[in-house]
Write a protein that binds this ligand. Structure first.
Ligand code: ZN
Length: 338
């Protein structure tokens, strides 16, 4: 960050670039909104006709200006006055802000535009995956492939054309190690440890509870038998509640972290995973407390993807430097010899 001596006196020039990047970012953000809503249902992305979700009135072009139209209309449809989801302006402004922050991290005159532009392409995919997974608990294969492709192209370009991407401090080796650094532990955890833990501790009660529920549903009359079964069911359910939900990683999470590792290098990938796990654990704790206060039988599983994407975006800015700080911290300083 900061302006180098070489580019001093060009502050206005930089601010101009940031404004352009922001406007470009919010425009991309408005396309990302379309992706987030249409990709999970398999709708076409190129199909135009944007219309009000409530009254169906087609939206005029001047009401489709990213961020500004929403603000101007105060989040309401011009035709019927019904509320327009705040999600639109959230995704648009988030994209714009993250793009600008990415560019602020580089001196575009000295380092060139290539690397920050590639980072923005990756962040755009992360935004789509994060919201998609939050909404549907699923990630679209196409977006995962897009992220993997951007990461692969980035590593190739930064390796082959180091002069065009001077701002990049991730080497090809960092990227290749990063590809496996988090994804492989996730794979082992998700497909070996979790099923093992589940079969050892949880499944007996879940199986029993399911059986009893079925029997209760089939039963008619016979109150004594019913009460007995209900008591047994309550016992199993409280046992499940004690163990809590089982958290696993899906294939999407694994591919996401492989792409993230290739893009940002192993240092940032590790920081991303760590950030995601802390945030996810805090969220799980909140869900747990909420569930213990209500009568719901068990805490619902939730998507981990949104936390991973937040972790990756965070790591995109601070990952490598945080890990370097950590490595400095745990490394014993060598004593200079005479
Ligand atoms: Zn309307």
């Amino acid at each position: 960050m900061g302006f180098s001596a070489y580019t001093e006196g060009l502050t206005g020039y930089y601010i101009g670039i940031y404004i352009m990047v922001f406007l470009f970012g919010i425009t991309i953000g408005s396309f990302l909104n379309v992706c987030i809503y249409r990709l999970p249902t398999g709708e076409s992305l190129t199909k135009k006709n944007s219309h009000c979700m409530t009254c169906g009135t087609p939206i005029k072009w001047y009401d489709l200006v990213p961020v500004f139209s929403w603000l101007f209309l105060r989040g309401k449809c011009r035709a019927c006055g019904s509320k327009i989801s705040g999600r639109y302006i959230l995704v648009e402004s988030l994209t714009g802000i993250l793009f600008v922050l990415t560019f602020i991290g580089f001196d575009v005159i000295v380092d060139g535009l290539l690397y920050p532009a590639l980072l923005c392409l990756f962040i755009a995919g992360l935004i789509v995956i994060g919201f998609e997974d939050y909404d549907t608990q699923q990630m679209t294969v196409g977006v995962l492939l897009y992220l993997a492709a951007v990461a692969a192209v980035t590593r190739m370009l930064t390796t082959l054309l180091p002069k065009a991407a001077r701002g990049c401090d991730v080497t090809a080796t960092d990227g290749l190690i990063g590809m496996f650094a988090v994804s492989v532990p996730f794979l082992i955890f998700g497909f070996v440890l979790t099923p093992l833990i589940y079969s050892l501790f949880v499944s007996e009660d879940s199986k029993a509870a399911r059986k009893i529920k079925k029997r209760l549903a089939k039963m008619s009359g016979n109150d004594k038998e019913r009460a007995k079964l209900q008591k047994e069911l309550d016992r199993h359910l409280s046992e499940i509640k004690k163990t809590g939900p089982v958290y696993g990683f899906g294939m999407g999470d694994i591919i996401l972290m492989a792409a993230g590792g290739l893009m940002y290098g192993w240092k940032a990938a590790a920081v991303a995973a760590f950030t995601a796990i802390i945030l996810g654990a805090l969220y799980a704790l909140v869900l747990r407390i909420k569930a213990s206060r209500s009568d719901s039988e068990a805490v619902k599983a939730f998507a981990f993807g949104p936390f991973l994407t937040v972790g990756l975006v965070f790591a995109s800015f601070f990952g490598t430097s945080l890990m370097d700080l950590y490595i400095d911290f745990i490394t014993v300083p060598s004593i200079p010899t005479m």
